[in-house]
Design a protein around this ligand. Structure first.
Ligand SMILES: NC(=O)c1ccc[n+]([C@@H]2O[C@H](COP(=O)([O-])OP(=O)(O)OC[C@H]3O[C@@H](n4cnc5c(N)ncnc54)[C@H](OP(=O)(O)O)[C@@H]3O)[C@@H](O)[C@H]2O)c1
Length: 371
């Protein structure tokens, strides 16, 4: 019964929007004649977003007309200049990574753009500011609402479009590798998937902070790219044993910190690759979620294993991370020591094509969508 009612309301809303669009296209003025201000003029309240029409392959992503987002008192509304793909978007599309409660149902964990309106309690930002932001969802759209604490200025020297490539990678890597695993100057650091969006950022920021960087990747071309942006030891995971290479290059000691996106399939090998007091940080499960391990490795080497998901952190927690990123990462970008690595731009209407590219793993760095 409830379902039927919801379907009816949705149908009514679609018809209402279509009618409004036709009237607007005919050049009719706003029927409410209140003002042209974005916030109070219903006439302008319509946007396009990429909708996951049903869980499935890239073809389920469709650009549709939807309601504009509503902003809360602590939020800002951003007109999106660009958004970037994350591996998690493909998992959400397949139905296994639902947005947290209250988040936009549309995919997109980061964006850049111009602030179009602000909530009553927002003091730092004003209409017209050019920014980028960490999102819990909704980046694949023309507009998105975001808590003010998750907004960052566009880093100096970076175009508004390319700024979309930074929020998710910088907040993920800074919070895990630096805030929690405490990677320090002079330490050794292994990144799995060095040519990924996460990896290309992690290489640059770890070098900037004085670490020796090891990476794994699946082809010589990708490894060459990682070397170009600063990686010291490049390991082809398809043809080499990364544990043996790590041991060989560290005089048998192992590395101090590992950033891992594989999970189960690399768990024991990661523990075997760590130095005494080593720290393993797991941010992805591309190699599965369950495994058996020999716990003696943890005891003997005093290892720490941690895992975290950025998207499901609280708004307050994200604001702390964003502020640390602005303090510690933005200066490195401003100095030109950390650069955006953008592989390709697609129009928002070609989100499916962009997902196909990400799933083919041909890319290096980030893939952007532009409304
Ligand atoms: N926990 C969090 O909050 C969080 C936030 C952001 C991202 N992540 C995770 O971080 C990872 C990277 O994300 P992304 O968006 O940057 O994705 P991406 O660009 O699509 O990268 C995926 C990477 O996985 C690598 N890979 C696949 N199989 C591998 C293997 N056997 N050994 C080593 N590397 C392998 C690929 O390397 P090749 O192309 O060389 O095969 C590729 O570089 C994903 O697992 C994602 O879920 C987690």
């Amino acid at each position: 019964m409830k379902k039927k009612k919801r379907r009816k309301t949705r149908k009514k809303n679609v018809q209402k929007r279509k009618k409004r669009r036709r009237r607007r296209e005919r050049g009719e003025p706003c029927p409410q004649e209140i003002s042209t201000d974005f916030d109070c003029c219903e006439w302008n309240k319509e946007m396009k977003a990429v909708v996951i029409t049903t869980p499935g392959g890239p073809e389920v992503l469709q650009l549709q007309e939807v309601e504009d987002p509503h902003i809360g008192d602590d939020e800002v509304l951003i007109r999106v200049e660009a958004t970037a793909l994350n591996r998690a978007d493909t998992v959400q599309r397949m139905g296994s990574y639902p947005p947290p409660k209250g988040a936009s149902p549309y995919p997109g964990l980061e964006c850049s753009g111009t602030i179009e309106s602000i909530g009553k309690k927002v003091s730092r930002w004003k209409v017209g500011d050019q920014v980028c932001a960490l999102l819990a969802g909704g980046g694949y759209a023309e507009k998105v609402a975001v808590p003010a604490g998750q907004v960052l200025p566009v880093p100096p020297g970076i175009s508004l479009k390319d700024a979309a490539s930074f929020p998710e990678v910088s907040c993920t890597v800074w919070s895990t590798v630096f805030m929690m695993s405490r990677l320090s100057k002079g330490e050794t650091f292994l990144i799995h998937g060095g040519s990924s969006g996460i990896g290309t950022f992690a290489i640059q920021i770890a070098k900037y902070r004085g670490a020796t960087v090891f990476v794994t990747a699946g082809s010589e071309e990708k490894l060459a790219f990682c070397k170009d942006i600063g990686a010291d030891v490049c390991i082809n995971y398809k043809t080499e044993d990364f544990v043996a290479r790590v041991k060989e290059k560290t005089g048998g000691q192992g590395v101090d910190v590992i950033l891992d996106c594989m999970g189960a399939s690399y768990y024991q090998r990661n523990l075997d690759s760590l130095n005494f007091d080593g720290r393993l940080f797991i941010i992805g499960f591309q190699g599965g979620t369950s495994t058996q391990t020999d716990l003696r490795t943890l005891f003997a080497k005093r290892l720490t294993v941690q895992g975290a998901d950025l998207r499901n952190r609280s708004v307050e927690n994200k604001a702390v991370i964003v502020s640390e990123v602005e303090k510690n990462v933005w200066p490195a970008i401003a100095e030109g020591k950390v650069k955006p690595v953008v592989y390709k731009h697609f129009p928002l209407s070609e989100a499916a094509e962009a997902h196909r590219l990400m799933e083919s793993s041909q890319h290096v760095g980030k893939i952007l969508l532009v409304p």
